[in-house]
Design a protein around this ligand. Structure first.
Ligand SMILES: Cc1ncc(COP(=O)(O)O)c(C=O)c1O
Length: 366
């Protein structure tokens, strides 16, 4: 975040995508039982615990018409480390990594650390969908990877099948690997559907999937995620000599999470939808603010360009004056992201109501 954080303990923090919901009780029970049983659950992960997790992931992704082999699934301590590993495994100095503008910060912060160059592909202003021409005209002989955040954080875009087909065509033609960050795939609204890009012809062999339990099951503090590496990319992979596996009992709990019941996630999605409708509509009532009704994930991404105040300053002054810390949406990309705020709707409607009241009052005072 480019705006300086205000360190006041009374400040209401609604800036990080950390759900307020509790992890499912059946997942907690699986973890507790495993710890109490001890033995294999408290040592380095034995094959049967890892295999059960890998199989649960394969069963889960088969609902998107992608059939993975269990050995391709690698558990990681959160998907943040998964993003790093995949980029470090596949990017070399001088490679170009295409990312959307806007997108999650790690997508464009990691490649330069590896000597790779970031190339931003602007999403359309307003609806944050993709004009494939904007992607294809930025492809060069050095293009190595596209980071596809679907659904998108922060704009909530759920890419359509046609968009994914157009992206795939360009990737196949130019031999580009896709890092598919699909961690918000369960939070979709207004009938939008999640399509896994790996299910499109010619894509499974060039797509590395990165996933997380953080959002789907409100398990941010458990640190559990995974990446799925196609066999075809194994020879290009430069493994990192470090143990990045989650705790064994956490892997076991992840298997329980994926095996369901899934009504926990359905309820969470309905709650996020309620918050979305309330908050986005309320934002649009505030003079100088426009906010699109996002399609997926759980971030409101209001546009405040009309107010003619730098977003970093807005965020800082709002926190100082109204004691609400939100994120500077402009820090999610160089062009399209500019002029936006990002507010994760990870608080109940009553709290969000207070946020909107405070924001309205703050904007009137400008
Ligand atoms: C798009 C995206 N990918 C990855 C992550 C990392 O999440 P975690 O490390 O908790 O799995 C986040 C976190 O907000 C995110 O928004």
């Amino acid at each position: 975040m480019s705006a300086r954080r205000v360190r006041d303990p009374d400040v209401l923090r609604i800036s990080s995508g950390d759900p307020d919901l509790e992890a499912p009780s059946y997942v907690k029970e699986a973890a507790i039982k495993a710890i109490q049983e001890g033995g294999k659950y408290t040592h380095y992960a034995p094959a049967d615990v890892t295999n059960a997790f890998q199989k649960a992931v394969c069963d889960y992704y088969s609902k998107y018409d992608v059939i993975y082999e269990p050995s391709q699934v690698n558990p990681t301590a959160g998907s943040g480390v998964g993003l790093y590993l995949v980029m470090a495994g596949l990017l070399k100095p001088g490679d170009e990594c295409l990312v959307f503008d806007p997108t999650f910060g790690s997508h464009f912060r990691i490649p330069p650390e590896l000597g790779a160059k970031v190339v931003s592909v602007p999403l359309n202003k307003g609806d944050f969908h993709l004009d494939p021409e904007e992607f294809s005209k930025r492809v060069t002989p050095n293009s190595k990877m596209l980071v596809l955040c679907n659904p998108n954080n922060p704009a909530g875009t759920v890419f359509t099948k046609d968009e994914l087909k157009a992206i795939s065509e360009i990737c196949v033609k130019n031999d580009i690997i896709v890092l598919a960050d699909e961690i918000y795939n369960e939070f979709l609204f207004d009938g939008h559907k999640h399509y896994a890009i790996a299910a499109i012809d010619g894509m499974k062999e060039r797509t590395v999937l990165v996933m997380s339990f953080s959002k789907t099951f409100a398990m941010t503090g458990w640190r559990l995620g995974y990446y799925v590496l196609p066999k075809e990319l194994e020879s290009k992979w430069k493994a990192i000599p470090a143990r990045v596996q989650p705790a064994t009992y956490i892997i076991h709990a992840g298997t329980a999470a994926l095996n369901g019941p899934w009504n926990y996630v359905e309820k969470a999605c309905a709650e996020y939808d309620k918050r979305r409708k309330f908050f986005v509509n309320r934002m649009n009532e505030i003079k100088g603010v426009t906010c699109h009704m996002y399609e997926g994930a759980f971030y409101a991404y209001p546009n405040i360009k009309e107010l003619k105040i730098p977003t970093a300053k807005f965020v800082q002054d709002f926190a100082a004056k109204e004691k609400v810390q939100i994120s500077d949406g402009g820090s999610f990309g160089p062009v399209v992201a500019q002029g936006h705020l990002r507010i994760p709707l990870v608080k109940p409607v009553e709290v969000l109501e207070t946020v909107t009241e405070k924001m309205e009052r703050f904007i009137k005072s400008l």
